[in-house]
Design a protein around this ligand. Structure first.
Ligand code: ATP
Ligand code: MG
Length: 244
């Protein structure tokens, strides 16, 4: 459903920050981009979500090219990024109503969907408070609910558990597993091993804009002769730097 083919990105005609990246994410699977700060995760996610264009290479989603069919793709994807902030003076209720209209959600369905998703993430008591008054975790949960308002089949989440405590992280992770179960195609980025290890069917390790290795957490752990996935990551990371 998501297909990334030999994609590179250069900022300012100078800095090459994504280097010949290719991977595929199938329906009903969770794929993770795991990498340190500055590896190019957000850049990659923004290209896949049609917000940035690749310098070279091709990305397609459900068979549609991101350069040719950006508008159509945006209706199919749920995108969460660390870069876009909710309007601080709106309330979760106002945002929910605004985005339901934007996405043409049938009027008779809006209330039931709002109640179900607010209940799921404990947003109810905060629904009429302004975003600026909410905690980091609550803002992130509102962002997640808004990004999935149109029940997209392709989910692209940049650092979804960023700033969340263990309990809230767990809620978000359980939700992503449920969406996979329903057949969604989920791409997430993270720098947290345990998130990648617990959620992802397949993990690409991104360092300096390049995929240095790819596979399930178990496969990467075995392949590198490591005692756990965290050790596998460090081995792959330092191997890359030795060679690089
Ligand atoms: N708009 C921009 N113009 C120029 N360079 C940029 C721009 N955005 C990001 N970069 C550079 O691209 C590289 C990759 O950044 P990116 O934000 O994609 O990394 P990341 O993996 O998401 O990092 P983090 O874990 O810190 O979020 C960094 O070196 C960054 O400085
Ligand atoms: Mg980032």
């Amino acid at each position: 459903m998501i297909s990334v083919n030999h994609v590179s990105k250069r900022y300012n005609k100078r800095d090459l920050v994504v280097k010949d990246v290719s991977f595929k994410v199938e329906k009903g699977t969770i794929f993770g981009l795991l990498g340190p700060n500055g590896a190019g995760k957000t850049t990659m996610m923004q290209m896949i979500s049609t917000l940035l264009m690749p310098t070279t290479g091709v990305i397609s989603i459900c068979g549609l090219d991101t350069q040719a069919s950006a508008q159509e793709i945006r209706k199919k994807i749920g995108f969460l990024t660390t870069e876009i902030k909710l309007d601080p003076l709106s309330t979760p209720n106002q945002l929910y109503s605004f985005f339901s209209e934007l996405y043409d959600i049938p009027k008779e369905e809006v209330e039931a969907r709002r109640q179900a998703s607010f209940a799921r993430f404990g947003i109810g008591p905060f629904a009429d408070k302004r975003i600026v008054e909410l905690s980091t975790g609550m803002k992130q949960k509102v962002s997640i609910v808004i990004s999935l308002i149109h029940e997209p089949e392709v989910i692209i989440f940049d650092e979804p558990t960023n700033g969340l405590d263990i309990l809230t992280s767990r809620q978000v992770m359980d939700y992503l597993l449920e969406l996979r179960q329903k057949g969604c195609c989920v791409l997430l980025s993270t720098h947290i091993f345990s998130v990648a290890e617990q959620l992802c069917d397949e993990i690409a390790i991104l360092v300096d804009g390049k995929i240095v290795d790819q596979g399930s957490a178990q496969a990467l752990t075995e392949k590198t002769g490591s005692k756990n996935f965290e050790e596998a990551f460090f081995k792959l990371y330092s191997e890359y730097h030795r060679e690089g």
